[in-house]
Design a protein around this ligand. Structure first.
Ligand code: S3P
Length: 460
């Protein structure tokens, strides 16, 4: 029988983060129409980069420092899990210090809360570190597919027990692993990253064919930590990634830029609220994450990337956005990996546009923190928007007029649904209320304060 009691440590991480909870919500939150938004603000640290910097630091020799780490629940769960696996993790004046391994097999299950990235990447890392661990999560995470990660890990020789392809999962207890040659069936950076982390201990060269590119933070950052990794074009739209096992990762100093998936809510609010002009400083603009901003421009949004620069091997810019008159667009399936987390907020923006926005290739939205296609459609219907969906598409007919709003939205414990509908309420005719604001802390603990600072009318 697997022991799935949760590992301790999360409360410690929360305390270490000395989070100012005053702006956090614990129940319903309401947003109503405001005047123009204005100001210069920051988005929290990028979630993907924060997760990876912690995990790679925990696998490295020496002390890794991380500044700008996202101190949201997902990332703090990962920090607690890494501590249970043997890493030393401290927070000093906003800088996180991680001293790596050796890793040990924790007695209790690692509890990842709502975090798919944390659970899936650490599964690969546990396999790559040669220890054993059990993995669990909240109700939402327990409903999400894990077979996509476990299948390639098993091909490498990893022993893995699962619960019908879902959490709880137990990994480990294997002797050596072997390198594999694999083509990614789903364009998932989490799956790609788990394979790369396990490959650190798999004898030989692991080769991954990624026919559709998805976020490449693992490749960029693992190389900076000293992994023997190279990438080359596959001659079409994809890439081959090769990683050689052996060798010790070396500690790095990482600065996490602002999260473009979080900045998206602020930029969207400015674009749909008449008279607004805002700047979100220091945002990651990696092209494999920038699909939302490209789509907004195609809709006619006045947004610009200013002050473009590089930070910890990633492109960063200040994003300026002004209120804009928008038109509906066709969003091709090929764009999905570069804006996979932004469809809920894009759908809200599309409701304020003139004409039809048709989004294709959205099947992955069905297996996110909630079934996001269903959550978005239900919310928009309640707000009086003309919306239709199929298995993997969503169509929104913007009337070119302000949507009615005036609804109570079920968030289904999904932070991006919560923030999207608060942005909707901020520009609709009538207020919009979400049933649970607590989930926002997953990725953007300061969301309500930041929106208020810009002039939005949101209240708990
Ligand atoms: C992430 C990858 C994406 C994304 C998630 C973060 C990552 O998931 O939706 O929020 O950090 O690798 P998939 O790998 O399932 O596409």
């Amino acid at each position: 029988m697997l022991d799935f009691r949760s590992a301790t440590g999360f409360e410690g991480e929360m305390a270490a983060a000395k989070k100012d909870q005053s702006g956090g919500a614990t129940g319903p939150v309401r947003a109503q129409r405001s005047g123009p938004l204005s100001g210069v603000v920051r988005a929290p640290g990028d979630k993907s980069i924060s997760q990876r910097a912690l995990i790679f630091g925990a696998l490295s020799a020496g002390e890794t420092t991380i500044s700008g780490l996202l101190e949201g629940e997902d990332v703090l769960r990962t920090a607690a899990a890494l501590r249970a696996l043997g890493a030393e993790i401290e927070r000093e004046g906003g800088i996180w210090r991680i001293t790596g391994g050796p890793w040990r097999s924790p007695e209790r299950a690692l509890f990842f809360g709502n975090s798919g990235t944390g659970a899936r990447l650490v599964m690969g890392a546990v396999a790559g570190a040669g220890v054993a661990a059990s993995f669990d999560g909240d109700r939402s995470l327990r409903s999400r597919p894990m077979g996509r990660v476990l299948e390639p890990l098993r091909m490498m020789g990893v022993n893995a027990e699962d619960s019908g392809g879902r959490l709880p999962v137990r990994i480990g207890g294997n002797d050596g692993l072997t390198a594999i040659n694999v083509k990614l069936a789903t364009p998932s950076a989490q799956v790609k990253s788990a394979i790369l982390l396990a490959a650190l201990r798999a004898e030989g060269v692991t080769r991954i064919h990624e026919p559709i590119l998805c976020r490449d933070h693992t490749e960029r950052m693992l190389a900076a930590f000293g992994a023997k990794l190279k990438t080359e074009s596959d001659g079409a739209d994809g890439r081959f990634i090769e990683i050689q096992s052996g060798g010790q990762l070396r500690a790095c100093d990482v600065t996490a830029p602002g999260d473009p998936s979080s900045a998206a809510f602020l930029i969207a609010a400015a674009v749909i609220t008449p008279g607004s002009e805002i700047v979100v400083e220091n945002v990651l603009v990696n092209p494999l994450r920038a699909g939302f901003y490209e789509t907004l421009r195609e809709m006619g949004a006045d947004i610009s990337f200013e002050n473009q620069r590089a930070q910890s091997g990633e492109p960063v810019a200040d994003i300026r956005a002004r209120y804009s008159v928008l038109s509906g667009v066709e969003v091709a399936a090929t764009r999905a990996p570069s804006m996979i987390d932004e469809y809920p907020i894009l759908s809200v923006v599309a409701s304020f546009a003139n004409g039809e926005t048709m989004m294709h290739g959205l099947d992955e939205l069905r297996v996110k923190e909630s079934d996001r296609l269903a959550s978005v459609e239900a919310g928009l219907v309640a707000c009086g928007v003309d919306v239709a969906s199929g298995e993997d598409w969503l169509r929104i007919r913007g009337a070119g007029a302000t949507p009615k709003g005036g609804a109570r939205i079920k968030t289904h414990h999904d932070h991006r649904i919560a923030m999207s509908f608060l942005v909707m309420g901020g520009a609709s005719e009538n207020p919009v209320e979400i049933d649970d604001g607590a989930t926002i802390a997953t990725s953007f603990p300061e969301f309500l304060q930041t929106m208020t600072a810009l002039g939005a009318a949101v209240e708990t």
